[in-house]
Design a protein around this ligand. Structure first.
Ligand code: MN
Length: 415
């Protein structure tokens, strides 16, 4: 019997059964939504480094930012758009003509025009009526089409908006020339089941030519909901490296890619063996540490310590790993510690060509366990203190803020 190599060997028909045949257009939002992660900002040169690697890896669309935000941001988008990357470079705009102009000037070939759709956003944030939203959307979509851009239309909070309004708005912007329609679960409240219902209904009512989704991870379901959307026919999912993004972030690029590759048997065209390199680069430039036990790119994703597990892994990695670490460019780590068993020690001794009798092995194991159990947690405690200090209050300190208030001359009103 041939031995199964990887997890996808157990699901050979998944992709066909689920009718995922068209190529997936990965639309990366790391430099836009990812940069909106509290405390994060990328310089234009840093954006170029990330965009270059994203493009080399095989990501199709890179959102470089919102040029109208600042001079620096406009320079970043121009820098990325003029770098001759293989990926399509996209920039974002509100439904405001000046925003669209800024994208046109940036040299990006793709634009995402966004506006809020739900009543709570319209009433409390935009203070616009549905009719005003519709008019502004149509006007700016036409403006971008006239300039020859590929136009994606996005509404924030799509899934909480009245469906009749969504239906009419999206049908009209598609008629006005929008090339791609994006449904956003802005506050991450969908589940695979509810999102399936929503997207089927959206397709029935709107008939999008090209459907995209933007999923947030407030309940840890962003990647699962994104996969559901792909099963339902979405072809341009929004993703972020390391799952960066507002609050709990967006669907993680590496998760969605590997889930499609390994669990669905879909060839994405993404060079997965460079995903760890990409993850580490974004970790470094964003300053947001990757969760140690994060799927696929976390520091523990391919680490083993427990005796039973290392024993299994040493006999055949399939026992406790659904895919090989090399698949994402990672390396397997065997950790020596309290839970270590004999097999791991025997394997480690081989590094120096050593073998040992059972009594000596047991003596060595005993030492390893006692030594790790006796270790203090001081290092870890110091690290966590620093970590909490940095992340409980990212951004300006109160002191810095009030100093600036004084510097610009804001004073108490005196009578
Ligand atoms: Mn978002």
């Amino acid at each position: 019997m041939a031995e199964p190599r990887l997890v996808e060997d157990y699901h050979p028909a998944t992709a066909r059964e689920r009718a995922i045949s068209e190529p997936i257009v990965f639309w990366d939002e790391t430099l836009r939504d990812g940069e909106q992660t509290p405390g994060v900002h990328f310089s234009p040169e840093e954006k170029l480094r990330v965009a270059t690697l994203l493009s080399e890896i095989g990501v199709s669309v890179v959102n470089a930012g919102i040029p109208v935000v600042s001079e620096e941001e406009a320079r970043a988008v121009r820098l990325v758009a003029s770098a001759g990357l293989k990926a399509d470079i996209l920039a974002a705009a509100r439904t405001v003509p000046a925003d669209v102009d800024a994208v046109i000037r940036s040299g990006a070939s793709h634009i995402a025009i966004f506006v809020a759709a739900s009543n709570v956003h319209l009433r409390y944030k935009l203070r616009m009526s549905p009719e005003e939203v519709r008019a502004a959307s149509l006007k700016t979509v036409r403006q971008a089409k006239d300039a020859g851009l590929h136009v994606a239309f996005v509404t924030e909070d799509t899934v909480r908006a009245p469906f009749d309004f969504v239906e009419r708005l999206y049908r009209d912007v598609q008629d006005a020339g929008a090339d791609r329609l994006v449904v956003a679960d802005t506050v991450g409240i969908m589940t695979p089941l509810t999102f399936r219902w929503y997207l089927k209904e959206f397709q029935r009512r709107v008939a999008p030519k090209d459907l995209s989704v933007h999923c947030h991870n407030d309940f840890g379901l962003a990647a699962a909901n994104t996969l559901t959307a792909i099963e339902c026919g979405a072809r341009a999912p929004h993703v972020c490296v390391n799952g960066l993004g507002e609050r709990a972030g967006n669907a993680s690029l590496e998760e969605v890619v590997l889930e499609l590759e390994a669990l669905y048997g879909v060839r994405t065209g993404v060079r997965t063996e460079r995903l760890l390199e990409l993850s580490r680069l974004v970790e470094e430039l964003s300053g947001i540490p990757v969760q140690a036990n994060k799927a696929l790119v976390g520091y523990n994703a391919f680490s083993h310590e427990a005796g039973i597990h290392t024993h299994g892994i040493l006999a055949n990695t399939l026992t406790y790993e659904p895919l090989q670490p090399e698949r994402v460019g990672a390396r397997r780590q065997m950790i020596l510690g309290k839970h270590t068993g004999k097999a791991a020690v025997v394997e480690k001794l081989k590094e120096r060509g050593l073998t040992a009798s059972d009594p000596l092995l047991l003596a060595l194991l005993q030492r390893i366990k006692t030594s790790t159990e006796a270790r203090t947690k001081d290092d870890l405690r110091r690290f966590l203190e620093e970590y909490r200090h940095l992340f409980e209050r990212p951004g300006l300190s109160d002191e810095e803020f009030w100093t600036m208030v004084e510097a610009v001359g804001i004073g108490a009103v005196t009578s």
